[in-house]
Design a protein around this ligand. Structure first.
Ligand code: PGA
Ligand code: ZN
Length: 409
């Protein structure tokens, strides 16, 4: 049996100039698996706990690897369960979600390398979709976050992400071309009107003195220069409503509106009546369950209601979301839950209930990490969120999809 050999773990710098963990696992046959862990800024309250990086590294080296090294690296479920047991807390506060995930993902990569399989094929085996992947790969459609606000930019925009979405029935190369062309057109429009074209954490522009409506108008204009709006290209937004929620009200300061949950619903109705939205993420604060219920009731037939902070890639929390009909789509961020196996279980459960699956980066990410691209292909995710087609740590994920596409043709 091919066994574990050694581990290295140390801190590296991420895209936001914060430290994060990088772990390298080596198997007895010399195969190496490397992982780096992303970091969120607008986090859900029930995400796996991220420990300070020095502590996380120490835990990998002294507490996790010495225990898992006795097990079969190819038994991903077992390895993940051993780490969950070793931690012993609901949100991995003992050993840290970042430490545990860094081992979980590095093990998967080492095993894929040992088997000489591309990572997506190895994950597909874990997930049970090997046949689908070998018969013909389906690529997730990219959600391009072209304008940044909320906690991802220093401007005054309340909504966190304004997304441009290519139609689903085109190939990945064409879809990426749409993202690039719209992004470039938007840059020119902003430039012409003397707005800053500096970018936010996820590569989208972050102009000052913008409103939600103005952002959407600019995007409409940028798309309209080359494509048919509502046919070839659609709108999406991650509201991340928690960032402008306070004591029962939602305040969109830049438009001078302070709203109750009912008024916010009317505000969304207005936006959806003007722009071709096919997806809205985190429209209410995660604890505003009545808000989520009303929103889903209103929009479930018109667009995809996406839960991120509300469900945090957690299979147990997903049960509640399904039972109360709070959303029709989910964001998948492995570091919200802390192991690959739990991430795959979450996706399985979401899919078995007909939910839309969106794999996602984090706002703090690294230029070498393309795990979500392989994950998205392996599980047949509907969409991938990797930011704008700009900034190395965003582009590398889209380019990995192109690499898979060209290697598979
Ligand atoms: P985060 O935000 O990575 O900063 O948490 C991304 C998102 O809310 O989708
Ligand atoms: Zn989100």
């Amino acid at each position: 049996m091919n066994k574990f050999d050694s581990v290295k773990s140390y801190k590296i710098i991420n895209s936001r100039s914060d430290w994060t963990i990088r772990t390298e696992i080596v198997l007895k046959d010399g195969s190496v698996g490397v992982s780096t862990i992303p970091e969120g800024a607008s986090k859900g309250e029930r995400e796996a706990i991220e420990l300070p990086v020095e502590k996380a590294v120490e835990n990998v080296l002294n507490k996790i690897f010495p225990v898992i090294k006795a097990f079969d690296p190819f038994d991903q479920c077992k390895i993940d369960n051993v780490m969950i047991g070793l931690d012993g807390t609901e949100f991995k506060s003992n050993l840290g979600g970042n430490s545990i995930l860094s081992v979980s993902l590095a093990v998967a990569r080492a095993c894929a390398n040992s088997r000489k399989l591309p990572l997506y094929r190895y994950i597909a085996e874990q997930y049970g979709t090997t046949k689908a992947v070998s018969d013909g790969i389906s690529f997730p459609t990219p959600l391009f976050n072209v304008l940044n606000g909320g906690k991802h930019a220093q401007n005054n925009l309340s909504f966190q992400e304004f997304m441009v979405i290519p139609a689903r029935n085109i190939n990945i190369e064409k879809a990426l071309e749409i993202g690039v062309n719209v992004y470039d057109a938007l840059k020119e429009l902003l430039h012409k009107d003397n707005y800053s074209t500096g970018v936010g954490d996820e590569g989208g522009f972050a102009p000052s003195d913008f409103t939600v409506h103005k952002a959407l108008e600019y995007i409409k204009k940028a798309i309209g220069e080359k494509y048919k709006i509502g046919k070839e290209v659609f709108f999406g937004t991650d509201v991340a409503a928690e960032s402008f929620y306070s004591k029962g009200n939602y305040e969109i300061k830049e438009e001078g509106r302070k709203m109750t949950r009912e008024q916010l619903l009317d505000y969304y109705k207005e936006l959806v009546s003007i722009y071709p939205f096919i997806l809205i993420e985190d429209p209410y604060y995660e604890k505003d369950i009545p808000g989520w219920m009303e929103f889903t009731k209103e929009f479930e037939d018109k667009l995809i209601v996406v839960a991120d902070d509300l469900v945090v890639t957690n299979p147990k929390i997903l049960d509640e979301v399904i039972e109360k009909k709070l959303a029709t789509g989910v964001i998948v961020k492995p570091n919200q839950v802390g192991t690959l196996s739990e991430t795959l279980n979450f996706i399985k459960k979401a899919k078995s209930h007909g939910m839309t699956v969106i794999v996602s980066h984090r706002s703090g990410d690294t230029g070498e990490d393309t795990f979500i691209s392989d994950l998205g292909v392996a599980v047949g995710a509907d969409f991938i969120k990797a930011g704008a087609p700009d900034r190395g740590e965003r582009v590398v994920k889209y380019n990995r999809l192109l690499e898979i596409y060209h290697n598979h043709k």
